[in-house]
Design a protein around this ligand. Structure first.
Ligand SMILES: [Zn+2]
Length: 286
């Protein structure tokens, strides 16, 4: 799969850094002192990596961040046996190194990144929108949406019920009426609510009622939590198209209410465990 992906063309210098792990000279990169408001994406594959709100000024000579966009960065032991290398979780491109314990910010972490590994996208040019879907175990739903070009970030959580700040145990064993759900933040210049909603229908079986595959219970119901009338109308339109093609659709439309982020160990579950969903498979329907 990896070799079939199309990556951006890199200059010789970028290639040395991103594909051969070289390091740009300190204090020479275009972003080390840069303070624009927006996001930093991978130079090679355009995956969003860092928010400008997590960038801080350090005197190391390279752009420094004390946090990453969730799931964007992979940390691997450097071949020097000492440091921790950071690479793009999507394409494996070299970014730099991460250091902890320096007490430079409250998060006590410094991602030291080559400017040449990054591209900056100003906030003004981003049109961000959120979509919230529930279609069975949220691990599997997140697994598919994370890969979509234009998706900036994802997080799994609970919504649709009444209990405030629920935990996994409550949602699993008590009558909270919350569903396991996924919130997708996307750049509307690059993808659309309609495209993401189509994907939602294609990665789960919307004909199942209060279950998805082996997972049974109202928390596994198929729901589109719409944020406004446009999202609602898009969902209605797609359900009608599916029905006209002969699919049964039990998906419910519910207005979006509070979204409670799930425990950290549920976030990016399949990536953390280097495995793939047992409960969701992609099937083209549109
Ligand atoms: Zn990348």
């Amino acid at each position: 799969m990896e070799t079939e992906k199309k990556y951006n063309k890199l200059s010789a210098e970028e290639d040395m850094i991103i594909n051969h792990k070289a390091t740009e000279r300190a204090f020479t990169g275009k972003y080390y002192e840069f303070t624009g408001n927006g996001i930093y994406v991978c130079k090679k594959c355009n995956a969003p990596l860092y928010n400008s709100t997590d960038k801080f000024v350090s005197d190391c000579g390279w752009p420094s961040f004390d946090d990453e966009i969730k799931g964007a960065i992979k940390k691997v032991p450097d071949t020097d046996g000492l440091r921790t290398e950071i690479i793009c979780n999507n394409c494996g491109g070299h970014l730099g190194h991460v250091f902890v314990g320096e007490q430079l910010t409250p998060k006590n972490t410094r991602h030291c990144v080559n400017s040449l590994s990054l591209n900056f996208i100003p906030k003004d040019s981003l049109i961000t929108e959120n979509a919230v879907f529930a279609g069975g175990c949220f691990w599997g739903v997140e697994h598919y949406f994370k890969k979509v070009d234009g998706v900036i970030s994802t997080r799994v959580g609970y919504t649709g019920g009444k209990t405030k700040n629920p935990d996994y145990k409550q949602v699993s064993y008590e009558n909270t009426n919350h569903a396991e759900a996924l919130e997708v933040t996307f750049d509307a210049n690059k993808t659309s609510y309609e495209a993401l909603t189509k994907l939602f229908f294609e990665i789960h079986d919307p004909s199942q009622v209060n279950r998805q595959g082996p997972d049974v219970g109202t928390q596994y119901r198929s729901v589109i939590f719409y944020a406004d009338e446009n999202q609602k109308n898009t969902a209605i339109k797609l359900i009608e198209i599916l029905k006209s093609k002969g699919y049964e659709v039990a998906t419910i439309l519910e207005p979006l209410s509070d979204f409670w982020e799930a425990e950290e160990y549920h976030q990016d579950y399949y990536e953390k465990h280097h495995s793939s969903p047992y409960c969701h498979i992609y099937q083209k329907k549109f």
